[in-house]
Design a protein around this ligand. Structure first.
Ligand SMILES: *Cc1c(COP(=O)(O)O)cnc(C)c1O
Length: 381
């Protein structure tokens, strides 16, 4: 079926082709070129990130992180069940056992209070996912991690330009808090390059090795800086760098981040204000942004009371040519992991699997479309 209003439409800022053309004519279009460095430096400076390395996806950045913390078969990694498969896959590829945590009652992020009891001698890392770009309680997570000497890798795929205020009142960009963090620039995210991602390394013990893993296990980056006189195979690695053509596209997006974010926040507020009364009357939950978090308007979602309500609204929107989608089937119940999971029930994760619905959210969504979406939803239940 063809939808008049899709769920997502990639937004172009207008400079993408100019920068791509510049990259192409400059003659260096492989990885780690001028635009790659410009993107990395821009984000390091703007967000206070440690070392940034662009990758071909967030999936790849997660795989790099798993290599960097030296995940071995049998190591345990704690993460939410309600997340994208890549969060888990990256660690499963290295033989890890995934220990899933349930979601919170008030929002789909993982319940920070359940982490402590899941830590064992085998726990290697905690991977909080900043669902919808809204921060987890990072003080709680970092405290548990520090007490047990485990790493924290933020899956910040959805969390560009979003912040957390810690208990001392310091405002920190998401991705700057854990030992490492991973971002996505997939076309469904706020800032895009088609496919694309980034690894942020805040713990400096990983900086040198990260470059090597990024460059297929060679010390090529040190060679180009003149630090060694020849380069060769020094570690495991893979081809994690994107072409500079991708980075050129991404740079155009990053230059317009303020404008993109402002419009997305406007759309988000419009949904929130106009659906509030209807939602409260029908006991349908809208996104909650806790005191310590900011909202980067990555996503607007509704949490219904049951699957039937959700289906009713999906169908009503479909009739008007509007595509709304749900996502994340609890990973602990997935065909691949169900038998490997330790059997604990994760009721909130299942609740969001059955009852959460995402509304169209993209830069070029018009005010008329938003009004029609709101009208259709509020008339359907
Ligand atoms: C989008 C997403 C990913 C994967 O990002 P890619 O760049 O497509 O690999 C991983 N984790 C979460 C939470 C995501 O939303």
């Amino acid at each position: 079926m063809n939808y008049k209003t899709p769920f997502n439409k990639p937004h172009l800022t207008g400079s993408e082709l100019d920068y791509i053309s510049d990259a192409v004519t400059s003659g260096k279009i492989s990885g780690n070129g001028k635009y790659t460095v410009m993107c990395q430096e821009l984000m390091q400076k703007k967000y206070g990130f440690g070392k940034c390395l662009l990758t071909t996806s967030c999936t790849d950045a997660l795989e790099m992180a798993a290599i960097l913390i030296d995940v071995k078969p049998g190591d345990e990694i704690i993460m939410p069940s309600y997340t994208f498969v890549s969060t888990a896959n990256a660690f499963v590829l290295r033989g890890a056992k995934i220990v899933f945590v349930d979601s919170r009652k008030d929002r789909p992020g993982m319940d920070e209070d359940l982490i402590q009891q899941l830590i064992t001698k085998k726990t290697k890392a905690i991977v909080p996912v900043h669902y919808a770009g809204v921060s987890c309680d990072m003080d709680k997570i970092m405290e548990v991690a520090d007490a047990h000497n485990v790493f924290v890798i933020e899956d910040a795929a959805q969390a560009i330009d979003s912040y957390y205020t810690d208990k001392y009142g310091n405002k920190k960009a998401l991705g700057s808090i854990g030992h490492m963090a991973t971002f996505s620039f997939h076309e469904t995210k706020n800032i895009i390059s088609g496919e694309g991602g980034m690894l942020v390394i805040n713990d400096s013990q990983f900086k040198e090795r990260a470059e090597i893993i990024w460059e297929k296990g060679t010390n090529r980056s040190s060679f180009f800086r003149g630090e060694v006189d020849k380069y060769g195979w020094v570690d495991i690695g893979s081809s994690f760098l994107p072409s500079d053509i991708i980075a050129a596209f991404l740079y155009a997006q990053l230059e317009s981040i303020e404008k993109i974010q402002n419009r997305r926040i406007e759309i988000w507020k419009s949904y929130s204000i106009n659906l509030r009364e209807w939602a409260s009357k029908n006991r349908i939950a809208l996104p909650i942004v806790p005191e310590f978090a900011t909202n980067n308007a990555h996503m607007f979602y509704l949490v219904f009371n049951n699957i039937e309500e959700r289906t009713t609204v999906i169908n009503a929107l479909k009739k008007e040519g509007i595509l709304s989608v749900f996502h994340y089937l609890s990973l602990h119940k997935s065909p691949f992991y169900e038998l490997k999971h330790d059997g604990r029930e994760l009721p909130m994760s299942d609740h969001y699997t059955n009852c959460l619905l995402r509304l169209p959210m993209f830069y070029n969504l018009s005010d008329n479309e938003i009004q029609l979406i709101i009208k259709t939803i509020t008339k359907s239940i």
